[in-house]
Design a protein around this ligand. Sequence first.
Ligand code: ZN
Length: 525
Amino acid sequence: MADDRFHVYDTTLRDGAQQEGLTLTVADKLAVARHLDGLGVGFIEGGWPGANPKDTEFFRRAQTELDLKHAQLAAFGATRRAGMKAADDPLVAALRESGAPVVTLVAKSHDRHVELALRTTLQENLAMIRDTVSHLRAEGQRVFLDAEHFFDGYKSNPAYALEVLRTAAEAGADVIALCDTNGGMLPDELAEIVQDAARAGARVGIHCHDDTGCAVANTLAAVRAGATHVQGCANGYGERSGNANLFTVVANLQLKRGYDLVPDESLADMTRIAHAITELTNVTPNSHAPYVGTSAFAHKAGLHASAIKVDPNLYQHIDPAQVGNDMRMLVSDMAGRASVELKGRELGYELTPEHTKSLVERVKELEAEGFTFEAADASFELLLRDTVQGERKRHFDVESWRVIVERTKGGELVSEATVKLYAKGERIVATGEGNGPVNALDKAVRQALEQLYPELAKLELIDYKVRILEGTHGTDAVTRVLITSSDDKSEWATVGVAENIIDASWQALEQAVTYGLLRAGRDLA
Ligand SMILES: [Zn+2]
């Protein structure tokens, strides 16, 4: 485990997932966790096991599927219910059984919330905290406490808010994270309260929301006032205006205040990681995001362009390479020789320098068209195979496809697709019906191939993501489709890009089937 003196605690998978329009499958959550671990955060809050079936499954699968190098998983949950023992509360049991080494308990620290929302007495709330913290500690888990509405609570009844903090610390909570749950604080006042809390005899952390646009500033002010544990979310995800952007917080603390939070080489990978996570969340990346945005170090040609050539440092606050960004260069996720070589090795291919060179060029071209390979591992592997084999080999050759959408008199929409292809020397024509055009195409292509490749019956499309990419320099917008497929053993993702959404979907679908056949042991050669 990393140095315990200062914690970088990520809550993307729990608090960040509250963002409107953001949904993550369990596989997405596992992939986000891997990226965060790659950045070197100390803790990853995975969700609320017991309260949410998806989160329960996340913790179950994490035990076998996540091999974390830096981070520890934290399970989030509430203190026991009023009037029962922590040991008897099924929700507390779910935290205990999550397999997570750390439990973060949320507790009320605002007297009005205790009485009005929790509908119990101030004394019982303290007993709930004491009992739950000491129970989980006795069962061998490390416990942090999120003191909900702490700042508003402190303003309403400071003695009680501090009593919550002391109670949790005395019961064995290692950190009390002070939460600006409504996000209404400003840095100066927040810092005074943090200072007072830090004097109360507990290790304090900070959890800020961005409703005043000050979440990052508040986090930094809290650190200066004595907090040694910072919480935040990747790309500032979160409900309303979002949570403190953990990437900005980490970069600020490490590059401006000299904290040693993550390895320098991981910090230099932060831009790639930030973008890779947007592919999983399907939230359009904010090009103006500090440090990692594509525009963060972009300069318009003009007055200072020539000075930039002489000395770029005159016009930038850090060397963008420190966070893996580049002055005016669009971020290319995969297109570095080193990362392509690394990925090739990871997939079991020894690439010659010529292979690497042509693969890098091809990836760059495709990324300029809107493709992304960061989240489409299977598409990347197919591209790599084509490069190594020197030709594009497939299990089947498509002659044509078409799809029609019909709205019946009763208002029902039916899609029908026809696919014509060659496989094993045969010409096959097949049709499929579905509730949408992509579903119909999927059925038609399986119909065509299942006779020859019965293993396709196991293949399933489990996720479909669409993003419209804005046109640049007078070109039209294009559509990018990411499809996640699975057999009974694993999952893989493929990507297609086209002006037409069905065309983009078809590309991703064709690769999904090809890759599925490879997984089933049907080699292309
Ligand atoms: Zn929150």
